[in-house]
Design a protein around this ligand. Structure first.
Ligand code: LMR
Length: 329
């Protein structure tokens, strides 16, 4: 049996939390032979603590063989002490009619504090994924407040956007999702993001030869980019199970490697494609067997993708300006 991996989850009693915890403990996130020691960060009030107690009772009732230890914490430093994987879900959620920008300030304080705590007490090779929106900027805030951790410890969830893009293209071409490779989604997890099929292959055929450009522009891109809002409208609440599932995919691939397969992760830019260094931006990436994330380089971008990337850079710069008070000098 492998040594257990220490995993901390924030927001464990929310809908995403409830959808993800059971899959983490069943082995879906880190592998079927990887035990976990789970720490759940609760808000420090009676209602949250009672709700978490109920979730923990259910986790216990599953008798997961891989769940080596489970505890609840209300103190950030205790919650993140020595953690090797931090799944940051807890944030102020977006409700009907709210834009992501409305969330910026409320969430900035949360991710500033969490970044500081991770900086002080997490394992030096911790893998952090931010799910709580606006996730790219929240991850950037946490990273900036954690100067003694390598920036490569931080990421934000854009796998949900990749999964949405895969499903839309699979449906359009009548081909299974597993036949599609090299899907790209660039930018911010917001309606500005750029889903891009320029390099995509469907059963080894170029996607651009299978679907027409007008469909890509007027249906595919907006459907993927605005899916989060469409789900909020339909459900009256933000996506939960699909967000949890994408987070599982994100961490599984980061931990186990992708063997050359592209995955979409929002990671601190290394300057590729003109994206300012450090900006947490969605890129096509591969992950080595050792867990090193590498941005796919030297892709030829179409003019409209270039324009879209520039728009995302501007949007993220504005988000960064709006939270400047939370960034240390
Ligand atoms: C989603 O893409 O479904 C969510 O991130 C939407 C949101 O803003 O909560």
């Amino acid at each position: 049996m492998k040594e257990p991996i220490r995993v901390t989850v924030t927001g464990p009693t929310g809908q995403i939390g409830y959808a993800i915890l059971f899959r983490i403990c069943s082995g879906a996130m880190f592998g079927a032979d990887q035990p976990v020691k789970l720490t759940l960060l609760s808000r420090d009030n009676e209602k949250s603590k009672a709700a978490l107690k109920g979730v923990m009772m259910e986790l216990s009732d599953c008798a997961f063989p891989l769940l080596a230890e489970m505890r609840a914490e209300t103190d950030l430093r205790e919650a993140f002490r020595d953690c090797e994987a931090a799944i940051l879900i807890g944030s102020r959620p977006r409700g009907p009619g709210m834009e992501r920008a409305d969330l910026l300030e409320g969430n900035a304080a949360i991710f500033c504090e969490q970044g500081r705590a991770l900086n002080e007490v997490a394992a030096r090779n911790v893998k952090v994924v931010v799910v709580g929106n606006p996730c790219n900027t929240n991850a950037w805030i946490a990273m900036k407040n954690a100067p003694s951790l390598d920036p490569s410890c931080f990421s934000a969830l854009m796998r949900l956007d990749e999964n949405r893009a895969l499903s839309q293209l699979a449906e359009k071409t009548g081909m299974p999702v597993c036949s599609i490779q090299k899907m790209a989604v660039w930018g911010n997890h917001s309606p500005t993001m750029v889903p891009d099929v320029t390099a995509t292959l469907v059963a080894d055929k170029k996607a651009v030869d299978l679907v027409d450009g007008e469909w890509v522009k007027s249906e595919f891109r907006p459907t993927v980019a605005k899916r989060g809002g469409a789900i909020i409208k339909a459900r009256g609440a933000s996506s939960a199970a699909s967000a949890a599932s994408a987070t599982i995919d994100h961490m599984y691939d980061w931990t186990n490697g992708t063997d050359g397969r592209w995955v979409i992760m929002a990671v601190p830019s290394d300057g590729s494609y003109g994206v300012p260094e450090g900006m947490v931006f969605g890129f096509p990436c591969t992950v080595t067997a050792e867990g090193k994330v590498e941005i796919v380089k030297d892709l030829e971008l179409t003019d409209d993708v270039k324009v879209g990337i520039a728009k995302n850079i501007e949007e993220l710069k504005k988000e960064q300006e709006a939270v400047a008070a939370f960034i240390p000098n």
